[in-house]
Structure formats: structure tokens, C-alpha cells
Design a protein around this ligand. Structure first.
Ligand code: ZN
Length: 669
């Protein structure tokens, strides 16, 4: 029976790279060789030095120490080992980075066995990805190697002004006009019909007739974060739109493609997003291509759908700064504004860039040089809330009804901002813009906040009631100290992943609200119950975590993996990276805990804390019982007083234990 923890509750299927393989990769990977693939390095003394790939700089401050086998940038502070480097530079998950390095050093990866169901699910996904790769290659070859492709597809991209590099970077292609060209080619090449249908590359009628979904279209492959083709967008060409209603057609939702969780261009953009700490958001495929070609490469598109929370969180993994580009004459700009409240709620700094009338990002980027573009952005991007306030003020004019609606609208936007300091600032600036008393805004904002809290509480209650039987660390065969270690590891992992997140907000009407972070909550829970970690390594990590926080810094992965305490760095690697991997789904892989939208983070934390307390209390009770027995067996009469004291203590602890168990049972059963 393997030890269960939160991670295994969440992952229904999983695979893991075997420990020995991981060790081998860590031992073999040479940071100088790994970093040299991306950075040009010069020898200086025993070290190597170059311009940091993680921040923009002209004088090198990026050091590689081959002897210590680590890298460190003295400009931005990034540092780590080979695995850290690949994760950071390529924006890969831990597992992906390991696989990348294994491939580089020809190390065979041994993975834990799948169950048959897992095997099948995995095989389906793999097969679909392989087929998509085949399709992408076919479409790109069509474009250069067939007369039709050259005359129609290639011509189209050329006329739109896209150069070879852009076409190659985004792997653009062409699907032939013959209705079954691709389907037949794929079948003849040995690909299964089942996967042609499940990827959506082909459409099959009830009578069995099967044909290409994308025939006669230029093709835009949609990549996953790691560059795998998960879907396609296909555009009919102007000359041929007669009788075709939809200009763009996308792959349908499938095992591997979830349009609400993917962003067009994210694979090509991710490193620049990290480097520039900023992401541009546009609407369409060609907007991305034009911006990229003009030199602004940190740009993604929402695949023509309304922006989703998952897409925002995808961006937030790389940066908290997002600039949304709007067409100057967009009729739906008001509707679009509502979507932005969602971005604010995710603690993102949102700016808006309105393009001049008649321009869209595509045309604007094509008609201006990179420096003109950058200049325009720098001068014109506006903080979203101020932009919204100005826009609505303009609309309202002197109409008092419209103006009061406007206040409500702005209040709604400010109230979703999770950070209370930011809320204050916004309230101040917006009140000024609208020419109203700031206090009036605060009263309104607090009303919204308490309403939100009520809803949150109701939702939490409902969640609690329908909670699935979870498997916390209830394995009785596990020794108490091992169970403590499990709980302490879970708490550390939560702290490191979510420590700075606001868990809830305490506020009364008309009083400034107080945000309680995960870290504050856990700390209070532990100190209130007078609990100290028992496992020495966990003690040391918690101490380091608190001391880094105390300095006003945010402890990250490398705080622990780069620790000179080698037990700690090893423990941290095991702890901080998801032990399991379910799929290509980035979110689940990066967060060992379920994202808060799926499950309430507070509930997860409470489960761990109460479970942990229950173990500690039981331990104390066991100790007391042991002492009691010893005292009862001895004949010393002075023991009476001592026994009495212990009895009383036991009663208190037992009551506490029952309370904890009541809570846990409610969750568990
Ligand atoms: Zn740097």
C-alpha cells in the first residue's frame, strides 16, 4: 500500500519516472553543456559568464559554475541546477525537463507501470498526438511541394506579408482541396480511422463516409506549451469563401485539445513572456503572426473564443502583466471589458491598448516598424480600470442615471481585485477621475465584498456537503512519525506553492478589509495549537521559509533546491515538483494541488492541518497513557498527584481529538 497524500487524491491516473532514472539524469546533466545550448558563454577563471537568458541585459551577469554544476544570475537572481535551468528556460514542467535532459544525454527513461486503463488512455492520447504531428507535416509539405499548395496556400501567406521564418516558426500549412486527400493519405500511411475521427481531422457520417474536416484551407497548428500539436485552425481563402459560412474552422474539443485551456502562440511566446515579464493578448491567428514578425514575440491569442479563466491562469504561470489589444473601432468593446474583470480577479496587472480607428493588431503591426510599434505601445497602453472609467465617463456624459450606473460598474471591477492595497489605489484614482468622494466608492466596494464573502461561504458549505470520500493520510499501518512527516511535507508544499495567495478576506462594512494569506493562516493554526514540526528536515525547511518571508522575499523552488543543506535540496526536489503526472494538462502537472477553481484551497489546507493535529494529539495521548501505566504499576504513593494531573490532561486531549475527528469524518465519510 503506497502512502497516500493529497496528490494521489487528485490524480486519478498517473505515471512517474523511476527514482533511479531521475538520479541518473541529475548526475549526468552538465550545466555548462545544458546552458551552452541556449546562452553563449565565455570562460572567466573557473567559471563561465554570459548574458542572462532570463532577463534583458547588456553586460553579462549570468554565471555558470561547472565545478558546482549550477548557474546563477547576479542580475535577476535566478539560479539552480541543470533541471532548474531547463524548466525555467523552456518553461517545462519538472517531468518534461527530465525527459529533455534524458534525451540530450541518451539516458533511457524508466517509468512506473500504468494500469491497463491508464495505458489505454495514454495510448489514445499518444496516438492522437502522433497523428496530429503527421497531419502538420503533411500540411506544411503540401504548401511547398504541391502546385496547388504553392499557388493557393503559400501565395496567401505571402500576400499577407508573412516571411519564411514566421511560416516556419508557426508551422503553417495547407490542406488540399480534394475532399478526402488527407484522410486517404493518412489511412494509406497506416493511421487508424478511429484517431482521424477523435482528433477531428476527419469527419465521419453515420453511413461511414469519411472526409477531411479542413480541406481547402490554410492551416494554423495549435501547439501545447511543450510544442506538441494539439489542434488546428483552418481558414478558407477569400476567393473561395462563396457558400462557406465559417471563415475559420477549429479542431473540435478532444482528449488532447481543450480550446478553453489553450492559447494560440503560447509555445512560441513563452520564453519572451518570461523574459519581458509581460504578455500581449490579441484575438486572432494572424494578429499573433504579424506581431511576432514585427519583433513583438510575447504575444498570444485566445483562439477566437471569449477569454477563459484557464487561459488567464496559463498566462499567469509566466507573468502577471498582461496587455490586451483592441481594435480601435471594435463595436463589442464594452462586452469585452467585462471579460477583463476576470483577469483582475486573478491578480494580474491589466493594461489596455486601443489601436487607432480602422486598425487591428494584424494591420497595425504590418504597417509599422518594430520601434514604432514599441513606441506606440509605451505611449498608449493604459491601466485597465482607468481606461474603463474614462470610457464609461465619456459615454455617460451628463446623464445622471448613466453616471450612477457607471459607479456601480467601476465598483464591480475594483471589488474583484484581490489585493487590498491595489484596491485602495484604484478607488482613489477612479474617484478622482469621476469627481466623486472616495469614501462613497469604499462603502460600495465593501458592500460588494461582503456579498462575495457570503457567496463564497455558501459555496464552501455546499462543497463540503458533497465532498467525495477523500483519502487523507489515514493509513493506520504507517508509523506516527512517518505520518507526521507526510503532513509536514504537505504543509510545506502548500506554503511554497500558495503561501502568498490570499485565502480569504476579513472585513466588516465601512472598515478596511484584511487579506489573510495561506502562510498567515497556516502559521496561526500551528502557533495557536502550539505545534512545532517534528521531522528535523521539515523543521529546517519551515525555518528557512519563515526567515525568507521575514525579509520580505518570496521563497521559491530554488530557495530550497539550491540550499547548501544537501538533504534539504534533495528533499525539496521531491517535495516541490509533482510526484505524479497525469497528462499533457499543464495545470495539473504544475500544481500538485487541485486548482482552487476545482476545489476550495481552504478545504484542502484544513484537511491537512486537522489531520496533522489529530496525529499529534494521538501521539501525546499515547505518551500519557504509557506514563500512566508506569505510574500505576509503581508503588510510590507520591504518584497520586501526578496521576491526577495526567488524567486531566488526557481528558482535555481526548475531547480535542474527538472534535478533530468529527471534522475529519465529516470530510472523509
Ligand atoms: Zn538574469
Amino acid at each position: 500500500m503506497p502512502t497516500t497524500n493529497i496528490t494521489t487524491i487528485i490524480f486519478l491516473t498517473f505515471r512517474m519516472i523511476e527514482r533511479e532514472t531521475v538520479d541518473k539524469i541529475f548526475e549526468t546533466a552538465n550545466i555548462l553543456e545544458v546552458a551552452s545550448d541556449f546562452v553563449s558563454l565565455k570562460k572567466r577563471g573557473t567559471n563561465y559568464i554570459g548574458c542572462c537568458p532570463f532577463h534583458n541585459e547588456k553586460t553579462p551577469s549570468f554565471y555558470v559554475s561547472p565545478t558546482k554544476n549550477i548557474y546563477k544570475c547576479f542580475g535577476c537572481g535566478k539560479g539552480g541546477n541543470s533541471v532548474n535551468f531547463v524548466m525555467e528556460h523552456e518553461q517545462m514542467s519538472y517531468t518534461e525537463a527530465l525527459k529533455y535532459l534524458a534525451n540530450k544525454y541518451h539516458i533511457e527513461i524508466k517509468e512506473k507501470e500504468f494500469t491497463p486503463e491508464e495505458q489505454e488512455a495514454q495510448n489514445d492520447r499518444e496516438s492522437m498526438l502522433v497523428l496530429n504531428e503527421f497531419a502538420k507535416n503533411t500540411f506544411t509539405r503540401n504548401m511547398t511541394e504541391t502546385d496547388e499548395g504553392r499557388a493557393i496556400g503559400y501565395k496567401y501567406f505571402k500576400e499577407r506579408g508573412f516571411n519564411e521564418e514566421t511560416i516556419k516558426t508557426y508551422e503553417l500549412g495547407y490542406s488540399l482541396s480534394e475532399r478526402k486527400a488527407f484522410t486517404e493519405f493518412a489511412l494509406n500511411s497506416g493511421y487508424k480511422q478511429k484517431y482521424l475521427v477523435s482528433t477531428g481531422l476527419s469527419i465521419q457520417h453515420d453511413d461511414g463516409y469519411i472526409f477531411d474536416r479542413f480541406s481547402n484551407r490554410v492551416m494554423f497548428p495549435i501547439h501545447s506549451l511543450t510544442g506538441k500539436v494539439i489542434g488546428f485552425g483552418g481558414r478558407v481563402l477569400d476567393a473561395r469563401t462563396k457558400g462557406v459560412n465559417v471563415k475559420y474552422m477549429n479542431s473540435p474539443q478532444s482528449e488532447i485539445y481543450d480550446k478553453s485551456r489553450s492559447l494560440y502562440g503560447i509555445f512560441q511566446a513563452k520564453s519572451t513572456i518570461v523574459r519581458n515579464d509581460k504578455c500581449f493578448l490579441v484575438e486572432g491567428y494572424t494578429d499573433v503572426l504579424s506581431m511576432h514578425q514585427s519583433g513583438i514575440t510575447n504575444v498570444v491569442a485566445s483562439n477566437g473564443t471569449a477569454l477563459t479563466i484557464e487561459q488567464i491562469r496559463l498566462i499567469r504561470k509566466f507573468t502577471t502583466n498582461i496587455t490586451v489589444l483592441y481594435d480601435g473601432d471594435a463595436a463589442g468593446i464594452h462586452a469585452a471589458l467585462r471579460g477583463i474583470d476576470m483577469i483582475l480577479a486573478e491578480e494580474m496587472n491589466v493594461k489596455v491598448l486601443l489601436l487607432p480607428d480602422g486598425e487591428d493588431p494584424d494591420s497595425f503591426a504590418r504597417n509599422h516598424s518594430a520601434s514604432e510599434l514599441e513606441d506606440f505601445i509605451a505611449k498608449n497602453e493604459t491601466d485597465f480600470l482607468l481606461f474603463k472609467t474614462r470610457l464609461l465617463l465619456n459615454d455617460a456624459g451628463n446623464d445622471p442615471v448613466k453616471k450612477s450606473n457607471l459607479i456601480g460598474d467601476i465598483v464591480t471591477s475594483i471589488a474583484v481585485v484581490p489585493d487590498s492595497i491595489k484596491r485602495e489605489l484604484y478607488a482613489k484614482e477612479c474617484a478622482e477621475l469621476m469627481g466623486i468622494d472616495e469614501r462613497l466608492l469604499h462603502i460600495e466596494i465593501n458592500k460588494r465584498l461582503s456579498k462575495k464573502r457570503e457567496q463564497w461561504y455558501d459555496a464552501a458549505q455546499r462543497e463540503l456537503q458533497k465532498a467525495q470520500p477523500a483519502q487523507l493520510i489515514t493509513d493506520k499501518s504507517m508509523s506516527a512519525s512517518n505520518r507526521c512527516r507526510e503532513y509536514e511535507s504537505e504543509l510545506l508544499s502548500i506554503l511554497i506553492n500558495y503561501g502568498n495567495d490570499v485565502l480569504f478576506t476579513l472585513a466588516k462594512d465601512d472598515e478596511p478589509s484584511v487579506d489573510v494569506t495561506v502562510e498567515q493562516y497556516i502559521e496561526k493554526e500551528l502557533t495557536d495549537s502550539d505545534i512545532e514540526f517534528q521531522t528535523p528536515i521539515c523543521q529546517r525547511m519551515l525555518k528557512l521559509y519563515t526567515s525568507v518571508c521575514g525579509k520580505g522575499q518570496k521563497p521559491g523552488l530554488t530557495t530550497f533546491t539550491l540550499s547548501t543543506d544537501s538533504e534539504m535540496s534533495k528533499f525539496a526536489v521531491d517535495l516541490l515538483v509533482p510526484k505524479n503526472e497525469v497528462s499533457d494538462d499543464f495545470w495539473k502537472r504544475h500544481n500538485p494541488y487541485i486548482a482552487p477553481e476545482d476545489r476550495d484551497l481552504k478545504e484542502v489546507i484544513d484537511n491537512v492541518i486537522y489531520g496533522y493535529k489529530a496525529v499529534i494529539v494521538q501521539q501525546s495521548l499515547n505518551k500519557l497513557q504509557k506514563t500512566m501505566k508506569e505510574l500505576q504499576n509503581s508503588t510510590d504513593s507520591d504518584n497520586e498527584l501526578e496521576l491526577d494531573k495526567i488524567m486531566k490532561e488526557s481528558v482535555v486531549l481526548t475531547k480535542y481529538k474527538n472534535r478533530l475527528n468529527k471534522y475529519l469524518n465529516r470530510v472523509l465519510v
